[in-house]
Design a protein around this ligand. Sequence first.
Ligand code: ADP
Ligand code: MG
Length: 708
Amino acid sequence: MAKQAASGGVLSGTPAALRGKLAKLGITRDADLLTHLPLRYLDETRLTPIAELEDGMLAVAEGEVTLCQLQFKPRKMLLVELKDDSGSLQLRFFHVFAGQQAALAVGTKIRVSGEVRKGFFGAEMIHPKYRKAREGMPLPDHLTPIYPTTAGLAQNSLSKLIHQALDSLPLDDTLPAALLGKLKLQPFDSSLRTLHHPPPGAPLKQLAERSHPAWQRLKFDELLAQQLSLKRAHIRRRAHAAPSLSGTGRLLAAFRAALPFSLTGAQERVVSEISRDLTQSHPMQRLLQGDVGSGKTIVAAFAALQAIESGYQAVIMAPTEILAEQHYLKLSAWLEPLGIKVAWLAASVKSKARAAALETLKDGSCQLAVGTHALFQQPVEFARLGLAVVDEQHRFGVAQRLALRDKGNGLVPHQLMMSATPIPRTLSMSYFADLDVSIIDELPPGRSPIATKVVGSSRRDEVIDRLHEACRNGTQAYWVCPIIGESDNEQSEVTAQANMSRANVKRSGRSQKLELQAALSTHEELTERMSDLKIGLVHGRMKAEEKAAVMNAFKAGELHLLVATTVIEVGVDVPNASLMIIEHAERMGLSQLHQLRGRVGRGSKQSSCLLLYQAPLGDIARQRLKAIQESQDGFEIARFDLELRGPGEFLGARQSGQPMLRFADIEHDQKLLQQASQTADWLLQHDEQAVEAHLQRWLGSKADFATV
Ligand code: ADP
Ligand code: MG
């Protein structure tokens, strides 16, 4: 620290405009400069004879200018030819500035560096760096780092600041030497210097692939910072007091006795994991994962019953009204016979009814509240809230989860997060390290596999005929209309509404309108072509009551076919529906397709799913459709999805408050992740000073990795 104080700081001496640009790169403190690591390197330590230049090479060459000519066709450019003893190289400059022709006049000796391309006229470089060559001009003695940068911030300026930071900041190790020895990790300072200044002859390939020991150390440090921050948040939340919900067994026994089926082994296991957490006097922080249809709702019901038995209230929140209502209907059907009062809180509930419901929660006469998350952002008071269940947790923002936590009147309620999208193990180990995880890895018995077929849209007529035939024979089916615009990730209406940036909302508004039009015209078309069938329509712009009415009619078997936008993606449960047709499946993301398809195959009937696509298929879309056709295992699909999209997109906008890992790759660096996780546990118990130092270096004042 003394060193830094003496130098007066690196950033504090720079103009505000420059600091603004650095902030865009996440550099707000001097220490951030240290961990701004190169993307790649340029080997300028030796000259390459022109004849040895190869396509794609980053190289330095030297020679004499033999041609310097301004051309105007096909576009304006300065064409320069450079010769050495071995051959000739073409240089092309599209932005020509005053004095450049003079500097590159025929006969001048210059040194150039840049990327080589093999063009029509042999080796060439576009916009290389160049300078006048002098006799005996030295070459740099280390590889030149290329840093990630932003518009208006030159490599040189960035590089200079980073080197100042390297020279002036303390680079002490944050980790005890014994630990490094045990983990076979290199010291921090030499690793950092190697990455910023690789010596000549350093293994470029290992550096580029980030497998070099110096990279291993920095990746480990980054993963460790994430683990420490999340696990510390977990420990801190644990320090709060929660009501101990030990239950009496009375309601739970009655509920079990009334159930028409018995729980699967996996459900039993997670029910007891949750039950044990609820008896503790610190808040549960558990993530329940299970594939589509694995039966998470009933697990939530067991948890709620334990809270209610113990004299407390429970709340269950879902991101959409359609899903929240399904939960409400199901839970009230299950629990009201046991004498439990269930309140329904949704935007569509009229103010008078809502006020009455709120009153019953406040005076404690109602034990369970079910509703959409939006409602819990408004003032809702509970007499004795003991448990909050959040379905589809990944769609909730941090603020919403925090708001819930504050509703327990001094005591922090237990929290159960449920995730409909299975999360690959590596991802939950890293980004969800602040939660305990329960996994339902078994489907209820009697589910038959869903026969999935990928069909070109040229066969749409044939598909409609088949659908018509099936519905006449008593099949209930979904027809899912295409999503429009946007990219291929999460694009359900929920996400669109929740997106924070203005631009996103606008774009989504427009695509929602187009989606609505598509749904309306598809409904019209199908009704015309199959006039003997009863065909319903459900979309996001309908009022909640209208939606519920259509869904209920479909559930009651009064409709053969339900034309729908992706509003049915989450949680809709109509066990008798056994056929699904998805139009423009090539536009949808993997987890979305898996969720949609999960709406069928819920009863004992043999189910099918037809994925219609519009040719030609892009490469990624083809891989997605192939994956969904070949697998029905949500965890396997999620792993593949993570591979295709990377963690940032996989986690989606909801997780955007969390800094992403910059260097480590959770799939390829699994071993490091494992080590970082164990090391974090050990440090949090034994070395508070190292924890502080490490978090200070890596996170400083930045947002925590923790989300809740
Ligand atoms: P998800 O995990 O996707 O939320 P749900 O909770 O909606 O799944 O359950 C899917 C369906 O399976 C529901 O109709 C539910 O009643 C039924 N179900 C849940 N558990 C079992 C079980 N153990 N045996 C038979 N059916 C079950
Ligand atoms: Mg569900």
